[in-house]
Design a protein around this ligand. Structure first.
Ligand code: 13P
Length: 251
């Protein structure tokens, strides 16, 4: 059985005070939540503060990005060892916004995944096609390339720490959630690729999350699908009430 994982990706939103208010409002709502693993990925600046604020609750804190070295002369970057040292447990890698605005290629994504897997953190590896690619019938190829190249040189043992997130680019921030059927089809394909890479037993333990306009009213139908093991939530994770409702839907 794969334990569902619901992760909030705050992107570049919230001041320190807003992050503080969010945590103090969410803490009382999440006690007793045990069937779902819950993660919040704030901007780096608030990771430490939120780890402390959520101590003793089921909520874990992760990063939205990570560098592929633990230390060195890499101005502006943050490595896996630093994230570990402030209590983060996950790092999102290869989000489509990183690929689009910061020129992250599958090769860079692969280096970051390898670095994260050498630490105690779990990478959440994002893949997804653009609207153009979908309309041209290229979805399967794009997903296959991103997964295969991103996970190159990862072995079966390391693969057990992986989380994959399918985030169709056309569904991110647009209000157009993929239908559960569309998402399930791609998730099943991702699991098939994982089976080929790591064997069926390992592939069956890897969680594949869906992301792209997940809202309180779309989460249930998505989670009902066989290969959807959780969600990566952007906009709806910024609001305590809507994030709590999304979590409660799985409780
Ligand atoms: P939205 O939920 O705002 O569409 O964002 C999805 C996303 O990119 C999560 O990583």
């Amino acid at each position: 059985m794969r334990k569902p994982l619901v992760a909030g990706n705050w992107k570049m939103f919230k001041t320190r005070e807003e992050a503080q208010r969010f945590s103090s409002e969410l803490v009382p709502l999440v006690t007793g939540l045990s069937d779902t693993e819950v993660l919040i990925c704030p901007p780096y600046l608030y990771i430490h503060q939120l780890v402390e604020a959520f101590e003793g609750t089921p909520i874990q804190i992760g990063a939205q990005n990570v560098f592929w070295q633990d230390q060195g002369a890499f101005t502006g970057e943050v490595g896996p060892a630093m994230l570990e040292s402030v209590g983060a447990t996950y790092a999102i890698v290869g989000h489509s916004e990183r690929r689009q605005y910061f020129s992250e290629t599958d090769e860079i994504v692969n280096k970051k995944i390898q670095a994260v897997l050498s630490s105690s953190l779990h990478p959440i590896v994002c893949v997804g096609e653009t609207l153009d690619e979908r309309e041209q019938g290229k979805t399967s190829t794009v997903i296959q390339n991103q997964v295969m190249r991103g996970l190159s040189q990862i072995n079966e043992k390391q693969a057990q720490a992986l989380v994959i997130a399918y985030e169709p680019v056309w569904a991110i921030g647009t209000g157009k959630t993929a239908t559960p059927q569309i998402a399930q089809e791609v998730h099943a394909h991702i699991r098939e690729i994982l089976s080929r890479l790591f064997g069926k037993t390992v592939a069956n333990t890897i969680r594949v999350l869906y992301g792209g306009s997940v809202k309180p009213d779309t989460i249930d139908a998505l989670m009902a699908m066989q290969d959807i093991d959780g969600a990566l939530v952007g906009g709806a994770s910024l609001d305590v009430a809507s994030f709590a409702t999304i979590l409660g839907c799985k409780g």
